[in-house]
Design a binder for this molecule. Structure first.
Ligand code: NAD
Length: 281
């Protein structure tokens, strides 16, 4: 069984990105820069943003965090985004989610120009991804995709089952696997026979948010299992996959923690660099 080491893969990716940033600096005499907007004082968001800033600096990117109090007006945020859109020194803009309830998420996502949308949430990027065109791709599914490709470089003709249909994870994951010529089944809370669907998968990606939902007898022998879930339980953080059982059946599996999580931030840095390069051309 291959334990897919997301920490190691993310460190390797950061190393590659660091070299690329250094080459870009030589070529353009400037480095990509990421601006994160953080609203309110939700602890997990603060931790994510701090980690994003630390990783950005590590690979040589410029990074800035703009903080607003919880009660900030929506127009203040939209005006700041418009300003950052026009700022030539900014390559990528990210507004940390979730947002306070009085701020319209759709408006915020659509305010960021697609060229600087490092999260890949803008409808233009979503459309480009589904059309098979160049686009920013949401960081978590991009990280999953890179991990799957490390284990199995040729995915053509493989059966993939994605559990969860969120815009953040399930849907973009489906598009990435489709682009690799997988036959993809996307399942969700209304799927009739989830176990039966999972058993058909050469690749199973679980992005649900239910602790250890996917059991050992849901998985075909020698499949690749990617666990996106992060669930707080009495026994600590667990994924959406019953790791002990599934790891006895699968060919390869990501642990939680230490699997998909570390790749997400590394992919954000990758997206920032891609945005920078597209803005130069
Ligand atoms: P979401 O709540 O937006 O979507 C969950 C999806 O699961 C929905 O499409 C729903 O239809 C489906 N679902 C719910 N119950 C189901 C069931 N019983 N059977 C089958 N499908 C079911 O969640 P999300 O934002 O996509 O996040 C999913 C999980 O991934 C969460 O645990 C979240 O914390 C985690 N996550 C991890 C990372 C990371 O970096 N590793 C990033 C984002 C999210």
């Amino acid at each position: 069984m291959i334990l897919i080491d997301g920490k190691k893969e993310a460190a390797n990716l950061r190393e590659e990105l660091k070299k690329e940033v250094s080459q870009l600096k030589t070529k353009y005499n400037k480095v990509p820069s990421l601006t994160v907007i953080l609203i309110g004082d939700l602890t997990p968001s603060q931790i994510y943003v701090r980690n994003k800033e630390k990783s950005a600096k590590e690979v040589g990117l410029k990074s800035e965090v703009i903080k607003y109090p919880d009660r900030v007006e929506e127009t203040t945020i939209l005006n700041k985004i418009h300003e950052l859109n026009k700022d030539e020194t900014v390559s990528g803009i990210l507004v940390q989610l979730p947002l306070p309830r009085h701020i319209n998420k759709k408006k915020v996502i659509e305010a960021i120009i697609p060229e600087k949308d490092v999260d890949g949430f803008h409808p233009m990027n979503v459309g480009n991804l589904s059309s098979g065109y160049e686009s920013s791709v949401p960081c978590t599914p991009l990280g999953c995709y890179l991990l799957i490709k490390k284990v199995e470089p040729n995915l053509s003709g493989k059966k993939a089952v994605v559990i969860g249909r969120s815009n953040l994870n399930g849907k973009p994951m489906t598009q990435l696997l489709l682009k690799e010529n997988c036959t993809v089944t996307i399942t969700h809370s209304k799927t009739k026979d989830l176990k039966g669907e999972c058993l058909k998968g050469d690749i199973v990606v679980a992005a649900v948010g239910i602790p250890e939902l996917v059991k050992g007898d849901w998985i075909k022998k020698d499949s690749i299992v990617i666990d996106v879930g992060i669930n707080k339980t009495e026994k600590g953080i667990v994924g959406d996959v019953a790791f002990e059982e599934v790891s006895k059946i699968a060919k390869a599996i990501t642990p939680v923690p230490g699997g998909v999580g570390p790749m997400t931030i590394a992919c954000l840095l990758k997206n920032t660099i891609e945005c920078f390069k597209r803005l130069q051309s």
